[in-house]
Design a protein around this ligand. Structure first.
Ligand code: LRH
Ligand code: MN
Length: 429
């Protein structure tokens, strides 16, 4: 694997921090031991945690108003894979990349070889029937899989089957289908018939799945449709996944809910009914803001993982959710945001492992609300940073990834190689 960040520089950066880490790790080890936890065991568990990087997240993102590209914007999937290689080299928690077609529609063998040369593999594929491509025959202006026009629906089905084909060629084993289909006016669509058309299309996509593949359906309350959305919430999503069959399950994008919706409860429900497929992690304050995970409400992220760890311990045999980031980096270096976000998700997972579940169950059984809440807060208040740093160090990564990345000057290096791009119109990528 050809390291993108000079190994000697990385070793030097780590050597500056390792003595303090040894002290902090020992102190945390004592603290956790008093709580009945073995820090080395937790460190190994943390090291096994992986979250996929969205290929579309390594370029600067934008809004409908504008996009302000930064230096060294990736030009194509191969640049994107290199940037993902840097994130994995420094963080050691992001071994997989989730591609989006046609944004990453290149030669599968070349993409696979490039990824392998960087120590990466591929997570779920993402189809795109929410934009019209230059050579496209039928427009998705009025929908895709749920469009009233049969030829447009067939085109959307064909596209999803092609995403599966590309995925098979590069070693992916899942497809995420998010459609923006919906309406902007009351009366514009017949919601029942629109859903029937969507289901008919999704059955054809489902029929094209290899036997070991999973199909993730992603719900979203609104945008780009602003009155109704075909797959608008977890309820519709659950019924759709149930309707499609055992290989179908629901993907929860944290930003796709109304403000203050209890997402951890949705996670508990979907797992309860065996349809929790995966996640697009990000954070938000208002809408689908696609902000860095844990940057607005880290306690909510912790509460989601508190449910996930509880489910993992109660249903170990069936527990296999796909973890992916789905963010838009409009004002930061995307590589730095993706590194800190992946580690925020890993942190929430490790903190959730610290919850004293026996004590929690006791307080719940005895309706001791305050002690139940305190039991969660105690885990959330635990600073597990030394444990996460050690896990990275043990895996050959950086104790402080952002510091090592800046010291290496990777961004200015690629800025010289990749021509500057001017601010195009709006749009997320
Ligand atoms: C829709 C979404 C979906 C992706 C897109 C980039 O908002 O979350 O998961 O296809 O963002
Ligand atoms: Mn998403």
């Amino acid at each position: 694997m050809n390291p993108l960040i000079d190994a000697a520089l990385l070793a030097d950066e780590n050597s500056k921090l390792s003595a303090d880490l040894d002290t902090d790790y020992a102190a945390l080890g004592e603290q956790l031991q008093r709580q009945g936890h073995d820090i080395d065991q937790l460190c190994n568990t943390a090291a096994q945690f992986g979250i996929a990087i969205p290929s579309w997240g390594v370029g600067t993102g934008g809004t409908r108003f504008a996009r302000f590209p930064g230096p060294g914007e990736p030009r194509h999937v191969f640049d994107k894979l290199e940037d993902c290689g840097v994130i994995q080299q420094l963080c050691r928690a992001t071994p997989k990349v989730s591609l989006h077609i046609p944004w990453d529609d290149e030669n599968p063998t070349e993409m696979k070889d490039k990824a392998q040369s960087l120590g990466l593999s591929f997570d779920a594929m993402n189809s795109n029937t929410f934009q019209d491509q230059p050579d496209q025959k039928h427009s998705y202006k009025y929908g895709s899989l749920s469009h009233t026009d049969a030829a447009t629906r067939a085109q959307a089905v064909e596209h999803n089957l092609r995403c599966i084909e590309i995925g098979e060629a590069i070693g992916s084993d899942a497809l995420t289908v998010w459609v923006g289909d919906g309406s902007n006016f009351p009366g514009q669509t017949h919601m029942g018939r629109q859903l029937d058309r969507y289901l008919d299309g999704m059955r054809q996509v489902y029929a094209g799945l290899p036997s070991h593949w999973r199909l993730f359906t992603e719900h979203k309350m609104y945008e780009p449709a602003f009155y109704s959305t075909v797959v608008q919430d977890w309820g519709s999503n659950y019924l759709i996944a149930k309707e499609l069959g055992p290989q179908a399950s629901c993907l929860v994008d944290l930003g796709h809910h109304a403000p203050n919706v209890n997402i951890e409860m949705i996670v508990s429900r979907l797992a309860h009914f065996g349809k929790l497929g995966g996640f697009h992690f990000n954070d938000s304050k208002y809408g689908d803001d696609d902000l860095d995970s844990g940057s607005i409400d880290p306690y909510r992220l912790f509460l989601v993982f508190n449910e996930l760890v509880d489910i993992e311990q109660r249903q170990p045999e069936s527990f296999n959710p796909a973890y992916m980031l789905d963010q838009s980096h409009n004002v930061t270096d995307p590589i730095e945001s993706l590194m800190s976000s992946a580690l925020e998700v890993q942190r929430a997972y490790v903190q959730a492992l610290l919850v004293d579940r026996e004590a929690l169950a006791f307080h719940q059984e005895n309706n001791d609300a305050l002690m139940a809440s305190e039991t969660l807060k105690r885990a959330f208040r635990t600073n597990v940073e030394p444990l996460l740093q050690r896990a990275r160090q043990n895996m050959g990564g950086a104790i402080n990834p952002v510091a090592a990345y800046r010291e290496a000057g990777y961004r200015s290096k690629v800025a010289k190689l990749r021509p500057a791009v001017s601010g195009a119109g709006g749009g997320i990528v």
